[in-house]
Design a protein around this ligand. Structure first.
Ligand code: VTB
Length: 331
């Protein structure tokens, strides 16, 4: 790639940050119209429809690499689907139009609409399997934590690095039976645990602002696609994250192999899950620790979005006020 191409790519991507904000805003508003209605599928579909419509308006030659599933099981935003008007940079896209469908259906905290866009080939093609993950925020020496170290060692090392006692460290773990041993071991160190029912993309991102969220470290097993989205966001602010796909059946190993995963036991570092230029945007659907949810007013619909850009490390929080003027309607 020539210098000129690199420079012009960056200019295009810079303004694409704002375009991504529009995409997640619209997905969040559509999902929020079905917030608290007890219908996960309908809310998810609304977010998918809105996100797809907005993505197809963008001046990009885009391909979904992490989406709602494979073509047969996902009618829209499936892996391999082309999006955008094709007149723009070749980009790869990871989407979770409604991360935390249950949270949205029950109007519980933490549902978001989230997506990442990267140069083609820079996002890990993660199959829809589980991933064992560990993450901390920025400001620590490289290698403080390690997925292969024991939870006890990780908590102690992090406490030392932060200059606090282990019982002053807070971990975030998904509340699942599979984490019984992990939870027991973390508690033995004296550290506290915040258990979440869903939404571990936001869970990992919480580590980037411990002073605000109270969370120092994410540990445990969640979805692999969510892992890649979280890694993309974390890369922009310089935290640390490692993940390993859980490929515990022949069928999963084959599927992963077909997507380019040659070593089923590979421990991925954050930058192997998302490298190069990455932009990540997330808009709150329900109120949460990271973002406020969509608010419907008489004339204005309010949204809150956070958008990250890896090349500059910029993080912007954008409060949107959306009005319906003339023919312009927010569906
Ligand atoms: C998580 C979480 C999602 O799935 O990755 C999780 O971020 C993992 O799967 O919001 P299990 O629910 O099977 O534990 C969600 O909870 C739902 O997609």
């Amino acid at each position: 790639m020539s210098e000129l191409t690199i420079a012009s790519t960056h200019i295009i991507e810079r303004y694409l940050s704002m375009e991504l904000v529009r995409v997640t805003e619209r997905a969040a508003v559509s999902a929020a119209r079905l917030r608290g209605h007890g219908n996960e599928k309908a809310a998810d579909q609304a977010a998918v429809d809105a996100m797809r419509r907005e993505l197809n308006r963008l001046p990009i030659d885009g391909e979904i690499v992490i989406g709602e599933g494979e073509r047969d099981e996902a009618p829209m935003l499936f892996i391999g689907e082309k999006v955008g008007n094709r007149h723009g940079p070749k980009v790869h896209i990871a989407v979770d139009p409604l991360e935390g469908t249950t949270l949205c259906a029950k109007d519980m905290p933490g549902a978001i609409a989230v997506m990442a866009m990267a140069e083609a080939g820079k996002l890990l093609y993660a199959p829809d399997v589980y991933m064992d993950k560990i993450a901390i925020g920025p400001g620590y020496a490289q290698g403080v934590i390690d997925l292969d170290a024991s939870p006890t060692d990780n908590i102690h090392a992090l406490a030392r690095a932060k200059g606090v006692k282990p019982n002053e460290i807070s971990a975030l773990v998904m509340d699942r039976p599979r984490h019984a041993k992990l939870i027991e071991e973390i508690r033995k160190t004296g550290a506290s645990i915040r258990l979440i029912t869903d939404g571990d993309v936001a869970g990992v991102i919480f580590c980037t602002e411990p002073a605000k969220t109270g969370i120092d470290i994410y540990m445990g097993i969640g979805g692999a696609p969510e892992g890649v989205l979280a890694a993309a966001a974390l890369r922009c602010v310089g935290g640390q994250m490692q993940g390993r796909l859980i490929l515990d059946t022949e069928e999963k190993r084959k599927r992963a192999h077909g997507m380019g995963v040659l070593d089923p036991n590979k421990k991925y570092d954050m930058s192997e899950m998302a490298s190069g230029d990455v932009i990540v945007s997330a808009t709150g659907v329900t109120d949460g620790g990271m973002l406020s949810g969509v608010k419907f007013g008489k004339e204005v619909i309010e949204t809150e979005t956070i958008v990250y850009r890896s090349i500059t490390g910029t993080v912007r929080r954008i409060y949107g006020e959306h009005r319906e003027f003339g023919k312009f309607k927010l569906d």
